[in-house]
Structure formats: C-alpha cells, structure tokens
Design a protein around this ligand. Structure first.
Ligand code: OMP
Length: 294
C-alpha cells in the first residue's frame, strides 16, 4: 500500500472505534479463537470432504462456528498456526466471511510476529493487506525497532505479548531487571511500560496478558493506565476464569478482550443437541459469565 492509501484507510477504519462500538452495542467483550485443529473437526463436517481437501473442511468448520457465534462476540482471533499447513487462503476466506456478517467485528491475526526489517515486510503485508486483519499479535523480544513496521499501520491494533498465559511464562518474563522509572521489576512490567510510554506514538498498541495470571494483570493495568486495551487469552482449557479478568478492566468496565478457543469451538454436544448448538451455548455461557463480573 502507498502512504496515501494507508492514511486514507486509517481514516476509514481504525481498530479501537469499531471494537468499542461493537463491545457496547452487543454487550460483549468475548473473543472466540478460531483455532481449527484439523483432528478435532466434527465428523458431520469431515464426512463432506475428502482428506486432500483439508482447507475446505477447515473453512466450512469456521463458517459454521461464525454463524453460530457472531452475535455473541466483539472479535475473532484466528491463530495463524492452524492455517499454515492448509494455506493462508483458508484464513483469508474466513476473514471475508466475518466481514460479511458485521464489519464491526474485529479480527486479530494471532501470529506473534516481529523480526528484522526485511522479514517484517512480508509479515506486515500478509496480515494487513492480503488477509485484511484489523490487528496482529506481536512478540516484543526483538525490541521497539522490530515492531515499528507494524505500529506504522496506524489503523491497526498491535497486540504486544506482555505476560503470556502459559506456566513457563515466568522463565523469562519474570526475570528481575533494573529500570530507571520502575526500579527493580520483572521484565514483563518493563514491556508494559515501554509499550505504553515509549513505543505508542500512534496510540495503536494493545497488550496481551493471560487470564491465568490475575495479579500480573492488575500490575499491568496499573502501569499502562485506563486507555490501553488488554487481550486476555487463557480462559477455559488453560484454567482462566471470568473473575480472573476483573483486575484488567478499566473504570468503564471495559478495556479488555477475553479470548477463548478450544473450550468453545470444540464444545461437547449433549444428547439431542447439534454440534453447533453446543458451540453457541458454550459461547453464550462465557459471554454471560464474563458480563456477570462487569
Ligand atoms: P485456548 O487455550 O484453546 O483457549 O487457546 C488459546 C489461544 O490464545 C491460542 O491460540 C494461543 O496461542 C493464544 N494465546 C495464549 O494461549 N496465551 C497467550 O499468552 C497469548 C496468546 C495469544 O497471543 O493469543
């Protein structure tokens, strides 16, 4: 995209406004992770496609998930790992399908990218131009310079990994480091500080903090202030609960996106229930449970 096209595009649509509009009008901060593990796609869909048409089965599964849940979510977050084997065309078609449902539903392409300069170019172009995603997840380990090409897309949400949901997060993210303003603090707090006060010239940074670490979530909210959106994955299968998100809310009881993948998209139907009825019921349960704490 040329600079002029990028500027026009950013006036047309930026990440934060549609997200907030959608959260308010649908009373939902729920994001569903579209992580279509091929081995778990139900037989009712697999039976329609020969095994060499893996991509078609994934697309059909995603479409049915989107049909069943779009009225319950503010965002979808496809993790790109689940599309790399079948080809990114399936993800592009999935995103197009979401757009047709409601252009206010934001799509966060979860690729945990950022690299050296020339490698960043295809990353940025693939996520934002080819896939047309609204946001991307970014790994801060290469430093501010490496995330700049993402941040320059002013209309996009750039989700910087801050304190990840996994058990091993403490290995590196909790190492104590010295920081001029913060003193001696765990590394993840320095990432939060830099994201909020050094890297955020375009006001398009958001953070990722796992639901499995509520104390750390509270620390991050304290450091970054009320305006920054925090994506909170790790709900459901990883043990995160709706109440664990509370310390991440801002004073308007928003400022967060609660993300859940397997627990919803691979819900177990009860007898007499179709697969997608079970998926919708599970998504509704999580939306309502999260709202009960807002
Ligand atoms: P479930 O555990 O099935 O809900 O999936 C979690 C999704 O969120 C996966 O796509 C993960 O890669 C992603 N995720 C985490 O689980 N933990 C993190 O700290 C960050 C992410 C992410 O960036 O979305």
């Amino acid at each position: 995209m040329t600079e002029k096209e990028t500027e026009e595009r950013s006036q047309e649509r930026n990440f934060k406004n549609p997200l907030e509009q959608r959260q308010i009008s649908f009373n939902s901060v729920l994001c569903i992770g579209l992580d279509p593990d091929y081995s778990k796609i139900p037989d009712s869909i697999m039976g329609k496609f020969p095994s060499y048409e893996m991509g078609s089965a994934i697309l059909e599964f995603n479409k049915q998930i989107i049909d069943a849940t779009n009225s319950l979510v503010c965002s979808y977050k496809p993790n790109m790992a689940f599309y790399e084997k079948s080809g990114l065309r399936v993800l592009k078609d999935t995103i197009d399908y979401i757009r047709k449902k409601d252009s206010l539903i934001s799509v966060i392409a979860d690729g945990k990218r950022a690299d050296i300069g020339n490698t960043n170019i295809p990353y940025v172009e693939t996520i934002f131009d080819y896939l047309d995603a609204d946001a991307a997840t970014i790994n801060p380990y290469f430093g501010g310079e490496a995330i700049k090409p993402f941040l320059e897309r002013k209309d996009k949400g750039i989700f910087v990994l801050c304190r990840t949901s996994n058990k091993g997060a403490e290995d590196v993210q909790d190492l104590i480091v010295k920081h001029l303003e913060l003193g001696e603090v765990p590394l993840y707090q320095v990432v939060a500080y830099k994201a909020a006060y050094e890297w955020n010239a375009n006001k398009n940074i958001c953070l990722v903090v796992g639901a499995t670490w509520p104390k750390q979530l509270a620390e991050v909210r304290k450091i970054v202030g009320p305006d920054m959106t925090i994506l909170i994955p790790g709900l459901g299968k990883q043990g995160g609960k709706p109440e664990d998100m509370v310390l991440g809310y801002n004073s308007a009881k928003r400022g967060v996106i609660g993300s859940i993948s397997r627990e919803v998209i691979f819900a177990q139907p009860k007898s007499g229930e179709s697969y997608m009825q079970a998926v919708r019921k599970e998504a509704m349960k999580w939306r309502d449970a999260i709202n009960a704490y807002r």
